[in-house]
Write a protein that binds this ligand. Structure first.
Ligand code: AMP
Length: 300
């Protein structure tokens, strides 16, 4: 498994693989890899097969952090990340990653910050996390575009954990005609339901204990929707009640939105624009740590 630090190296490696007839997969991450990320790498390997080529990018992208967010203190653990990926190779015969693409900020933004050229997916970037993280999704779509151009993969794998990011990237990929298959992988959770996240390590033991209310709130909404609750407000209220059980939790948002457009809805309908698929999504702060989670609601 090689580590590539420049866009030119990444492009050359991808060109070689493509010329050898290999299918390419890309798994973009910010590093501090955990089991959720590794599940994405396994999915990528499955998609391109043992002969395929899998790149994991590790880049803490400055343009998707707002001033005052955790860009400076975000964990940077490239050696451990490489070791975890190398272990993945020995674990299953098919192997994990062929390459780690770990560029510096200077490499990705050679003209400095902010870059003059960006990619923006209008409304979808303003709902949910977009409201409290202005500019975040423009940073994401722009950097993913640059990663796509460096690697030009056939397949790119993202986690459903960041459901808004996934929906926006799907839209961007189709609208710009990248010709890349976007694969969404289900959320990987701890035993008690907490979604794995590189930011969970910021939580104090008491915050960690209380953070279980996030998934409980979502599961309660899923259960109620399954029992026939069609009022989005009733589901939002139910989730807020669950979260209120954790005294340290401070709600950023609790929403029920259309699964594709991410627009807030009033009623869950089988004939809705996304064919009865909705997203219950939330963002909650514990002290200085902001956690997000979501679940898909299906009206049958
Ligand atoms: P990040 O390093 O946080 O930017 O995440 C990189 C990718 O891993 C994104 O596509 C995330 O959605 C995905 N991811 C992060 N945590 C999880 C999880 N618990 N389950 C599934 N995918 C995840």
């Amino acid at each position: 498994m090689q580590t590539l630090h420049t866009v030119a190296e990444m492009q050359a490696e991808a060109d070689r693989a493509r010329c050898a007839g290999r299918r390419l997969a890309l798994v973009p991450t910010m590093g501090a890899l955990h089991e959720g990320h590794l599940a994405l790498v396994r999915e990528a390997r499955q998609r391109v097969g043992p002969e395929g080529h899998v790149t994991v990018s590790v880049f803490v992208n400055p343009t998707q952090f707002a001033p005052g967010e955790d860009y400076e203190r975000y964990p940077r653990t490239l050696d451990a990340d490489r070791a975890a990926l190398a272990e993945l190779v020995s674990e299953d015969g098919a192997g994990g990653a062929d390459a780690v693409f770990a560029p510096s900020a200077e490499e990705m933004y050679p003209f400095g910050l902010p870059p003059l050229t960006t990619v923006r997916v209008a409304e979808m970037g303003r709902y949910l996390c977009g409201a409290s993280r202005p500019g975040h999704f423009e940073g994401v779509t722009s950097v993913v575009t640059k990663l796509f151009l460096a690697c030009r993969p056939d397949v790119a794998v993202f986690g459903q954990k960041d459901a808004q990011q996934l929906a926006i990237l799907r839209r961007m990929t189709r609208e710009l005609g990248f010709g890349i298959e976007i694969v969404g992988h289900p959320i990987v959770r701890e035993k008690d339901g907490l979604a794995l996240s590189s930011r969970n390590r910021y939580l104090s033991p008491e915050e960690r204990r209380q953070a279980v209310v996030l998934s409980r709130a979502l599961f309660a909404a899923g259960h109620a929707a399954g029992q026939g609750e069609r009022s989005a407000d009733a589901l939002r209220q139910l989730m807020r009640e669950q979260i209120a059980l954790a005294p340290l939790a401070e709600v950023d948002y609790v929403e029920v939105v259309d699964a594709d457009s991410l627009a807030p809805v009033e009623t869950l309908e089988k004939e809705g624009p996304s064919g009865g698929r909705y997203l219950a999504a939330l963002a909650v702060r514990f002290g200085g740590t902001r956690l997000i989670d979501n679940t898909t609601l299906r009206v049958a």
